[in-house]
Design a protein around this ligand. Structure first.
Ligand SMILES: [Zn+2]
Length: 92
């Protein structure tokens, strides 16, 4: 599992709707990727705040922001290769 796979399962992870096998992979990734680990801890605290006020929903905007933040950090640290610039609009 890499950061992209992890992020695809992030909402399932927080919803508690995740297969035991996938949960094991998620935890393994968290053990090897400090970026995702930090994001999970931060997100969990945020969710706790949300839950204190109203029924919990995982906002699309939050999910998108998290994805970008993680990918940015992982790319910069070399944990995960940059893939979104595969198409160069100006070859020369
Ligand atoms: Zn990661």
């Amino acid at each position: 599992m890499n950061c992209t796979d992890f992020l695809a399962k992030l909402t399932d992870y927080f919803d508690g709707e995740i297969e035991p096998e996938l949960l094991a992979e998620v935890k393994e990734h968290l053990g090897t990727c400090s970026h995702c680990d930090v994001v999970v801890n931060t997100t969990r605290k945020t969710i706790d705040v949300y839950r204190g006020h109203q029924p919990y929903e995982f906002p699309d905007e939050l999910s998108d922001r998290l994805r970008k933040a993680i990918m940015d950090r992982c790319v910069k640290s070399g944990v995960y290769p940059e893939v979104e610039k595969s198409a160069d609009p100006q070859p020369r």
